[in-house]
Structure formats: C-alpha cells, structure tokens
Design a protein around this ligand. Structure first.
Ligand SMILES: [Zn+2]
Ligand SMILES: [Zn+2]
Length: 289
C-alpha cells in the first residue's frame, strides 16, 4: 500500500512533514504544505482511489496517502493547543543546561528521565492506556511536556485528543451554563474525547460548583476507561509543600500551601491514582536557571 513516506521529495518549507504549523488568535494550527503537497500525488487531489473488491466491483476508498495526513492534521487542530505552546514538542524539550561552545551542559534535575518516559509512552500508546500526572514546582516545564505529548498523539498518530487549561475550561463551562445550555451537551465532548489533557489541575477559585464539575469529568472518564493526563503545581503532601521551607532556595515555590488533595477533594484525588501514574518533576524554575 502506498504511504506518505513513499513521496519523500525534499521540501525546505516543511522539512518533509507535508504540514506547516501556525496559529490563529488563540490556538496552534496545522495546514497542508502547499509547496510540496498541493495535490496529493497518489490520488491527484481526489482524496479517494478506485480499487476492486473481492467480487470484482470497482469501489472508491479513501486515499491512504493523503487520508492519513488529513486525519492527523484534523486531530491536531481539534486538540486546541494554546498559541503560546505552538513550538512545544517532546523532542525540543531542554533537559540540560547550555554548555560551552554549543555543547550540552549539565543535566537539569530528572528532566531527561521524565522526557524519555513520556516519549516511550506516546510511542507505544493505544487508546485507553493508563495516563500520567506530572507534578512538581512552577517552572519545571510540565506544560511543555503535556503539550508536546498531545501534539505527538494528534499530529504523528492521528489520535483524537484535547488540551485544556483547567481554569479556562471551568470559566468556559460557567459561561455556557449561564447561557442556559444543558449540562450534557456542554460536558459531553470533554467526557468523550479519547485523550484529555488537563493543565494546572486544582488551580482556580475552587467553588463547590467547580469541584462538582471536575468530579463529574473525572468519574465519567474513569468509568469509560478513557486516557486522561494532568499537570499540577500543587504538592501531593504537606511535607513537600513550600510553606516555611528555606532549605531549597533554588526552587521557586507556588504561593499556595494547599495540597492537591485539598484542592480537588478526596474522592477525585483517589480516582487520579486509579487513572494515572504520578510522575514527579524535579528541577529548578527555568526562569531562574
Ligand atoms: Zn513541503
Ligand atoms: Zn491522496
């Protein structure tokens, strides 16, 4: 069967990806590279091909060459990766300090190990896989890793995924509720998407309404065995909470002293353990490196 890789003419514009990354007002977008893929060479831009079925009838089927590419681009555009993470990939995540003469410097914390772990996870990913929760101090690159993971799943594997910022999600839901839209129609896409990535879990005003929404999203996704990924700046236990800790001066702490469990409630917190591997990121704040 023909494959996109069979058409590997050099293209300086897209570096043989056949797509280009750009953004609109809020989100990162991918488009076909018209320089090298203006018209699919396998189907002359028809998006389908004629093949004979086992009874000898000629039937139209989706072109395997541009079909897969279009599916990946669509998945990426639906993933809603925020504009400021447009260039975030797992590959370009920096795990060591800049060294002399352009050479690699000292490794930073456990970043290399974490990146390697996530890279293996996306490579072997099949829908329904157990997710992960990245926790650690502010400024350790958790959001970059999360955005890079979603990018890989959507753009390389064509898997439907969505990236949401926790507080943004809640305010959007609030707005839609206030406009009188029904609860199921609002939450359904978030509950049904095969892979959901929630950035900055626990952030926000933490009202009862917000807690009930997160409870519903997490419980329903758990019951359906759907993959959910998280980042949080909140510590898991009081011991690692930043209050009164003066010994680790090179770590920049979030202002809050609450734990993640206090932020999301005991019920959701215990669900998180059922759904995700907890991965701690240990590194100094990159803005202070
Ligand atoms: Zn190109
Ligand atoms: Zn085609």
């Amino acid at each position: 069967m023909e494959h996109l890789d069979d058409y590997t003419a050099a293209c300086p514009k897209c570096d043989r990806n056949r797509y280009l990354i750009d953004c609109d007002r809020d989100f990162t977008r991918a488009t076909i590279c018209e320089e090298c893929f203006d018209e699919c060479p396998a189907c002359d831009g028809q998006e389908y091909q004629y093949v004979r079925d086992e009874r000898g009838y000629e039937i139209a089927q989706q072109c395997p060459v541009c079909g897969a590419l279009n599916r990946r681009i669509r998945a990426f555009n639906e993933a809603a990766i925020p504009r400021r993470h447009r260039d975030a990939t797992l590959e370009n995540f920096k795990t060591s300090a800049p060294g002399d003469g352009g050479k690699k410097g000292e490794p930073i914390g456990n970043l290399n190990r974490v990146r390697f772990r996530l890279y293996n996870w996306v490579k072997g990913f099949t829908p329904g896989e157990r997710g992960f929760l990245l926790h650690g101090h502010v400024g350790t690159g958790k959001t970059h890793l999360l955005a890079g993971t979603i990018r890989h799943l959507a753009l390389e594997k064509g898997i439907s995924a969505q990236f949401v910022e926790f507080t943004h999600l809640l305010s959007e839901l609030r707005q839609q509720f206030d406009q009188g839209r029904g609860e199921t129609s609002i939450l359904a896409p978030i509950i049904d998407i095969p892979v959901l990535a929630i950035d900055e879990l626990g952030k926000g005003r933490n009202t009862n309404w917000q807690l009930s929404i997160i409870d519903e999203i997490i419980s329903k996704r758990y019951n359906r065995s759907l993959t959910t990924l998280f980042t949080t700046n909140y510590p898991l236990d009081e011991a690692s909470s930043p209050s009164g800790d003066s010994t680790s001066g090179d770590f920049h702490h979030s202002a809050s002293t609450q734990t993640l469990e206090q932020r999301v409630g005991a019920r959701v917190y215990s669900r998180l353990f059922d759904m995700a591997d907890f991965v701690e990121i240990e590194a100094p704040d990159y803005r202070r490196r």
